[in-house]
Design a protein around this ligand. Structure first.
Ligand code: NAI
Ligand code: MG
Length: 351
């Protein structure tokens, strides 16, 4: 097949891991006979430096005309002055809105070799295999904000349609897995959460084969640490999801390992590792590329419908995790480039 992929390297280690992702996609194209075209554009701090705009018009245009987006990371100390009028993160929010990607999907699965790096005991994490679906374009982050001399407000609003589409996305995903969905809210206190819960309960009638449970966000935060293996698909609103997914990400042992997909819009999905631009290790080939490479597998599966290709990439990463020299964050001594090469070699030799 032919596919047109926009690559947004961004800042810090973003360009290093994005180029690993592209190298793996090139290998997939060669092995499976596809034609992938790559189109690199500016976002974040890099785009502010070059164009004075964290999401310049040329990037916007390319985003609207492609099949999928591969993103590195954005931000860094150079652009974090709170008094600055433009910030790198504005590029991310603007891109999510532009593409209408309302569902942020983050799988979390522990590999035996890295489970030892998790802050939790191995017997608690060994069977962890869950996926978060976080609502990404609504709620308090996008609500009206006010500020006066006495205080400030942030409005949290959800429409029925906004809740329903992301909950349906999660039910569909649950149906393809263990048929178990946990919906997280704060329905004992918040009106938006009572709406969330009633919509989830109504939609559940269309998925009689999926078991739905409701969980309050504060107890969910505890259960993630005490019994993470009991969960399969977890769906929640924007801010709760932001916090819970960061909590969950440390269970894997390294931020460098986890992929994400932002999907659901009419156009391209956005695929990126969950980590940031890691300015402390940028430019030294110390970045772990596996989170980005696993994001490439999600891109192949979800945006291009290439299931066998996605599985081949995941199997290659599994081989490197089991047998390979890993990057420093995982206790190894390999460079970003060497780990990428190892994944490509594994892809070549896999049968
Ligand atoms: P970070 O994820 O960039 O780094 C946290 C720690 O994890 C650092 O010690 C870093 O070296 C390490 N780390 C992260 N990714 C790694 C990888 N692939 N391999 C090895 N080690 C890795 O988070 P931090 O330091 O809070 O933020 C740095 C910048 O990134 C900030 O400007 C922040 O706003 C931005 N950021 C951007 C995100 C995005 O583009 N989606 C997400 C999170 C943060
Ligand atoms: Mg966050």
């Amino acid at each position: 097949m032919k596919a047109h992929i926009v690559v947004l390297p961004g800042d810090g280690i973003g360009p290093e891991v994005a180029s690993s992702g592209v190298a793996v996609l090139r290998q997939v194209a060669q092995r499976f006979g596809h034609a992938f075209a790559f189109d690199e554009h500016a976002i974040g701090g890099d785009a502010i430096d070059r164009f004075g705009d964290p999401l310049p018009p040329a990037t916007r245009e390319a985003l609207l005309a492609c099949d999928a987006v591969l993103l590195g990371a954005v931000g860094g100390p150079k652009w974090s002055d709170p008094s600055a009028s433009v910030r790198p993160e504005q590029g991310l929010l603007a891109m999510r809105k532009l593409l209408g990607v309302f569902a942020n999907v983050r799988p979390l699965k522990l590999h035996p070799r890295t489970a030892a790096l998790s802050p939790l005991k191995p017997e608690r994490t060994k069977d962890v295999d869950l996926v978060f679906v976080r609502e990404l374009t609504g709620g308090i982050y996008f609500g009206a904000k006010t500020r006066d001399a006495d205080g400030a407000t942030d409005e949290c609003r959800y429409s029925v349609a906004e809740v329903e589409r992301v909950v349906r996305h999660a039910f569909d995903l649950a149906r393809s897995r263990k048929r178990k969905l946990t919906s997280v809210d704060k329905a004992n206190v918040l009106e938006t959460s009572r709406l969330w819960r009633s919509v989830a309960t109504r939609v559940a009638a269309d998925y009689p084969d999926v078991e739905l449970e409701h969980q309050l966000v504060d107890s969910m935060a505890m259960h993630l640490l005490t019994r993470p293996a009991d969960y399969d698909v977890i769906v929640t609103e924007n801010m709760f999801g932001d916090i819970l997914t960061d909590e969950a990400s440390v269970l894997a042992g390294s931020l460098g390992l986890s992929p994400s997909a932002s999907v659901g819009g009419p156009g391209a999905g956005i695929y990126e590792p969950i980590h940031g631009s890691a300015p402390d290790i940028a430019g030294q080939s110390l970045a772990n590329p596996l989170g980005t490479i696993l994001s490439v597998a999600m891109l192949l599966r979800h945006s291009l419908g290439l299931q066998a290709e996605a599985e081949a990439v995941e199997a290659a990463v599994g081989q490197v995790l089991t047998h390979g020299n890993l990057t420093r964050d995982l206790g190894g001594t390999a460079t970003t480039h060497a780990v990428t090469r190892a994944v490509i070699d594994a892809l070549q030799t896999e049968t």
